[in-house]
Design a protein around this ligand. Structure first.
Ligand code: IPE
Ligand code: IPE
Ligand code: MG
Length: 239
């Protein structure tokens, strides 16, 4: 696959709209989640082929724990099945798997599979696939503050760099492009600190319908953006 122009090194995706996709078809919401997992697999493959270095998928938020328990447990089951079935593929494609979020809230057997998947893929050399699970930006920031206090860091020593090293995303680059599907134009607590200068891309497409073509379209849109980071445009011959 070829796409000219810069490929965003780190893409984050808020995969939204599974429930509505199912409801529109008179199906139970969980069917939308099932279809959503299939879409995630396609997008992971496409991103890796394109040369995206880090892909962060928002799969389950801290707030999603408030959903009916039947939906939560089916989502956990889908996650478990994904991790069990996909390990071989992650290894084959050289993908490094990492989870961010308040992982201790997940069922213990899922925490174990996450740990095993992280360990087994740690020395791979390809794209890093970050899955945000039981994650919210505010919760991550509060947990980072707690860790800083427990480490006895003095107020004068706290810089942006030091702070970042206490976030779940320590060592990962900041996202360049954040995509949200399903027509909602909000961030919903995703990568609040890290996404300060991310380019945002919103599409009405529901996640279970989000195709590789649409992913490429989002990247092409990103390629048209002029990123200034608060400075002035860099233009040849400008005085
Ligand atoms: C996104 O789809 C998946 C999760 C949040 C787990 P939703 O389940 O939020 O689908 P909608 O927004 O209700 O359509
Ligand atoms: C955001 O979607 C979280 C995930 C995609 C995992 P939600 O459906 O939970 O967000 P809101 O409720 O529309 O803001
Ligand atoms: Mg939603």
């Amino acid at each position: 696959m070829f796409l000219g122009g810069r490929i965003p090194p780190h893409v984050g995706i808020i995969m939204d709209g599974n429930g509505r996709w199912a409801e529109l078809r008179g199906l139970p919401r969980i069917e939308g989640h099932r279809r959503g997992v299939e879409r995630s697999k396609e997008v992971i493959e496409c991103a890796a082929e394109l040369g995206v270095r880090t892909l962060t998928l928002f799969a389950f938020s801290t707030e999603n724990w408030r959903r009916p328990s039947a939906e939560v447990s089916t989502l956990m089951r889908l996650l478990e099945l994904y991790l069990e079935k996909e390990l071989a593929k992650l290894m084959k494609e050289g993908i490094v798997f990492k989870a961010i979020g308040d992982i201790v809230r997940l069922p213990e057997h899922i925490q174990d599979i996450i740990k095993k998947t992280e360990e087994k893929t740690a020395s791979n050399r390809g794209m890093t696939l970050v899955t945000a699970l039981s994650y919210s930006g505010r919760d991550e920031i509060v947990r980072a503050v707690k860790r800083i206090l427990s480490a006895g860091i003095s107020p004068d020593a706290v810089t942006e760099t030091v702070f970042e090293s206490f976030l779940d995303t320590a060592g990962l680059p900041q996202p360049d492009l954040i995509i949200r599907t399903s027509g909602e134009k909000r961030i919903s607590n995703f990568l609040l600190w890290q996404g300060a200068y991310a380019e945002l891309y919103f599409t009405d497409t529901l996640w279970p319908d989000f195709s590789k073509e649409e992913f490429l379209y989002a990247i092409q849109d990103y390629q048209q953006r002029e990123r200034r980071f608060g400075s002035v445009p860099v233009r040849p011959n400008a005085r």
